[in-house]
Design a protein around this ligand. Structure first.
Ligand code: AMP
Ligand code: GLY
Length: 425
């Protein structure tokens, strides 16, 4: 069948690499794609916000499956438009995508379904928020409701910080999304991510990962979309994984179905491993970026089979997906300035040499300039990814590849995987 992949980042490059390997995939299109994705797909220009244009393209090219990479088109209801037109799509509809799009929606669902998460209060005015802060004390977590691109969260250690965060939200710093705030109890523990595929009924665990959100070595500096990741995350023991499936994923899928908005696609659970057990920090309705890159590196089963089964409500008929027991690790190379204003246009070379010993370089934010040279075109630019028997070996292999890349206007963290390497030494 022909497949259309939407998106242009490193996550989508990893998905394209894997989708294109499937015997079920006749032709892969990507919109808009990037120079790395172009090795696996025909890149086309299509505006994901123009649902009618996407449907028209799918009909013209006989697309049998649409895979939506990023969250914005899902929150915007693209999957609904495709489903109404009879086109199979991997990803939730608008109502179900609220699990990522609205923090208070998810909190209310957790409360209804008894899913372990931080205690919270939703506040629709500054006065209400101040009242909630007095109730919670410090440390406390303040979040702008809605999609604030990961920037709407403040973990406040003092009342002054918490009050400033609340004032920012009600002063409209996060736009219309800032019209309400969620005040949350602070949870202490180690963070990990767990992914599950679901067709609205069946839950299929799809791998664990840990990422590195801060820009600097030793987890310092501002938050980013993720500077590197590895999978599996051994901290997610079989017992913890079982607990997350039974206490978090399964009740979520059931609650969403009961609410008349069955969730179909990938559930990406951000978890805090607290002393009382795993608790949900947040859901995303898409694969993590760069977590997807390490999951795809480990996945041995045919990705198309699983994504199509999600779209066609027949996940229960498939065997559990197979993943390599090895550790995959990815290092993000970012453009100088990230996560502020990244430098654009920096020339990149050496990717072939970097891949010579088995590492893969996924393109996250690249473009070809007028002379056909590869240049930086975004904050996160490359994801240098390796797989090996241990985290230490995967780390060594990934950094050996990084060191063969010439990207003088870029940087990376040098300690991706440190937790795992420290645990094993
Ligand atoms: P979120 O956008 O909800 O994933 O939050 C971003 C980051 O803030 C998370 O990855 C955590 O590190 C932190 N965080 C969010 N909520 C809490 C909480 N209730 N307790 C402690 N840390 C939190
Ligand atoms: N790496 C974090 C995310 O994809 O949200």
């Amino acid at each position: 069948m022909n497949i259309l992949l939407l998106g242009s980042g490193g996550r989508e490059h990893a998905l394209a690499w894997k989708l294109a390997q499937s015997p079920l995939c006749k032709k892969l299109f990507a919109a808009p794609g990037n120079p790395g994705i172009a090795a696996h797909a025909e890149c086309v220009s299509l505006d994901a916000a123009d649902h009618a244009a996407v449907v028209l393209f799918c009909n013209a090219e006989q697309i049998g499956l649409v895979v939506v990479g990023p969250e914005a088109p899902l929150v915007d209801g693209l999957a609904d438009s495709l489903r109404s037109a009879g086109i199979a799509v991997f990803g939730p509809g608008k109502a179900a995508a609220q699990l990522e799009g609205s923090k208070s929606f998810t909190k209310e669902m957790c409360l209804r379904a008894g899913i372990p998460t931080a205690g919270y209060r939703r506040a629709d005015s500054l006065a209400e928020a101040m009242e909630a802060l007095a109730e919670f004390g410090v440390p406390v977590v303040v979040k702008a409701d809605g999609l604030a691109a990961g920037k709407g969260v403040t973990v406040a250690m003092t009342s002054a910080e918490a009050e400033e965060a609340v004032r920012d939200i009600f002063a409209g710093r996060f736009g219309a999304d800032g019209a309400s705030a969620v005040i949350e109890e602070f949870m202490e523990g180690e963070e990990a991510s767990y992914f599950a595929l679901t067709d609205g009924r069946t839950v299929v665990p799809f791998g664990t990962a840990q990422d590195h959100k801060r820009v600097g070595d030793g987890d310092t500096g501002p938050n980013t979309g993720g500077m590197g990741a590895y999978s599996p995350a051994p901290v997610m023991t079989p017992m913890l994984r079982g607990e997350v499936v039974s206490k978090i994923f399964a009740p979520t899928v059931k609650a969403m179905a009961e609410a008349g908005m069955p969730y179909s696609g990938v559930l990406y659970a951000g978890l805090m491993l607290t002393r009382e057990g795993p608790k949900l920090i947040e859901y995303n309705c898409r694969f993590g970026d760069p977590e997807c890159q390490v999951l795809m590196m480990r996945l041995q089963s045919d990705l198309v089979e699983y994504l199509l089964a999600c779209a066609e409500n027949r996940l229960a008929a498939l065997p559990p997906p197979r993943f390599s027991d090895d550790t995959a690790l990815t290092v993000v190379m970012a453009a100088n300035g990230y996560p502020g204003t990244p430098e654009k246009g920096g020339v990149i070379s050496g990717i072939e040499q970097a891949e010579a010993d088995g590492a893969l370089v996924f393109h996250a934010g690249t473009a070809l300039d007028d002379n056909g040279a590869l240049v930086a075109n975004g904050g996160r630019v490359l994801n240098v990814t390796a797989i090996a028997a241990s985290a230490r070996e995967a780390q060594a292999k990934a950094y050996a590849a990084v060191d063969r890349i010439d990207f003088s206007s870029g940087f990376c963290r040098r300690d991706i995987g440190w937790r795992e390497v420290a645990r094993n030494s």
